[in-house]
Design a protein around this ligand. Structure first.
Ligand SMILES: Nc1ncnc2c1ncn2[C@@H]1O[C@H](COP(=O)(O)OP(=O)(O)O)[C@@H](O)[C@H]1O
Ligand SMILES: [Mg+2]
Length: 389
């Protein structure tokens, strides 16, 4: 198949911030977009895409989208598989593909795929009955993590279990067997790292740099590029992510999250076949952004070499920053710092824990970028307008 002709229409399921920057990247390349999202004021609907306002399982709306687009993609992995099949039934390809979607929807399938490829993960067990949970506890030992197998994000749907006393309450909190769970050994990690890889239709793979992530309460807080890890870890991350992308027959991009253990092992945590929060820094710091690279793959265009041009750091701007203030955070103070770039997603309700935007700093070194990015975020909300340094 030839590359998607200019002015073709790309369908995007999901209109959050990832969809927003996919739309903008599509426009750069001369394409148009139709976005399907339940929210009439969603971030991707504000930047010049045609918006279909509907639920993700509304068959009429899916048919409507399929009739308008040459190819389709999704910006989050919890799009129902039957919705993607419905679009495909119209002869419209949906990339990165059905296998990537179904595997990445389910933590058990993700880890089972890794196991089959010889890629290390934390020890895990699938749990559907209370008794399975008790057996898994015996094998894996405390502390451990119990997660819903599907539907979790930003730390939602997961609990740490430190001792036997809380097992029953965690079982009840996570649905008491109404849906499958996964038990994972607790990883006492030295660092969390992630990588975005892109895979073209012909199987060509390009690798974005490995980056280091810090999470707060299960939500990404800071990304630093490049990760300050040895060459051996960075090479393994590429090898594992490339193998996963190929096994998923992916056409698009795949983000893979890893733990680096204190004894220097690299374990896969989870993966997502879409742009990733830890890849936002690529918009300034790499020779191509994760969004453009994804659209290139989806459109059948050649991939770009996504090499790192500048060390960078990204901090998320959650709704928390808006709390207890009568006005928005002082973005001008942050932007006065050299190398700082601000992205706001156009969301009007700054709820606690909600991703409202992010700020990226490009600098001479990764450490300096991280310091400046954190300082920028502090300056936005400093009470006296001052700076504690
Ligand atoms: N098995 C584990 N051991 C230690 N920390 C974990 C484990 N699983 C998850 N975490 C922590 O919780 C964060 C969110 O978990 P993750 O599985 O990535 O789910 P989500 O889909 O919410 O991102 C991880 O980035 C990590 O900081
Ligand atoms: Mg995660």
């Amino acid at each position: 198949m030839n590359p998607l002709p200019t002015s073709s229409v790309i369908g995007i399921l999901g209109g959050g911030q990832l969809g927003r920057y996919l739309v903008i990247a599509s426009h750069h390349l001369g394409y148009r977009c139709v976005v399907l999202d339940p929210d009439p004021d969603c971030p991707a609907g504000q930047v010049g895409a045609e918006l279909i306002v509907s639920d993700y399982d509304d068959e009429q709306a899916l048919d409507q989208m399929a009739a308008k687009v040459a190819v389709a993609t999704y910006e989050f992995e919890n799009v129902p598989v039957p919705s993607v099949q419905r679009i495909q039934a119209h002869g419209v390809e949906v990339r990165p593909g059905l296998k990537a979607l179904s595997v990445s929807q389910n933590r058990i399938q993700e880890k089972t795929l890794c196991l089959g490829l010889g890629i290390p993960t934390a020890p895990f067990a699938a749990v559907s009955e209370y008794q399975d949970l008790i057996v898994a506890l015996g094998h894996i030992g405390f502390p451990l993590m119990v997660k819903t197998a599907t539907g979790g994000y930003d730390g939602k749907g997961q609990r740490v279990v430190r001792d036997a006393q809380v097992v029953e309450s965690v079982w009840n909190q996570l649905g008491a067997g109404t849906h499958p769970l996964i038990v994972e050994g607790w990883v006492d990690f030295a660092a969390e790292v992630s990588i975005v890889v892109a895979r073209a239709r012909d199987g060509e793979i390009e690798y974005f740099p490995l980056v280091e992530n810090q999470h707060v309460e299960g939500i990404l807080d800071v990304t630093v590029a490049p990760a300050q890890v040895g060459a051996g870890i960075a090479a393994k991350a590429k090898e594992y992510a490339g193998a996963l992308a190929a096994a998923l027959e992916l056409v698009g991009i795949l983000a893979v999250e890893f733990f680096v253990t204190r004894d220097g092992r690299l374990l896969v945590n989870e993966m997502a076949p879409r742009p990733h929060n830890s890849g936002h820094y690529t918009m300034e710091a790499c020779a191509v952004s994760q969004f453009e690279e994804m659209i290139r793959a989806v459109a059948g265009l050649p991939l770009a070499n996504p090499k790192l041009l500048y060390p960078a750091a990204m901090v998320n701007l959650l709704g928390d920053l808006w709390q207890g203030r009568s006005e928005s955070p002082a973005f001008d103070k942050a932007l006065a710092l050299s190398g700082a770039h601000l992205y706001l997603y156009g969301k009007t309700e700054p709820r606690v824990g909600r991703k409202m935007g992010h700020l990226t700093v490009i600098e001479g070194s990764a450490d300096q970028a991280a310091r400046t990015a954190l300082r920028a975020r502090r300056l936005m909300v400093a009470k006296d307008g001052g700076d504690a340094g």
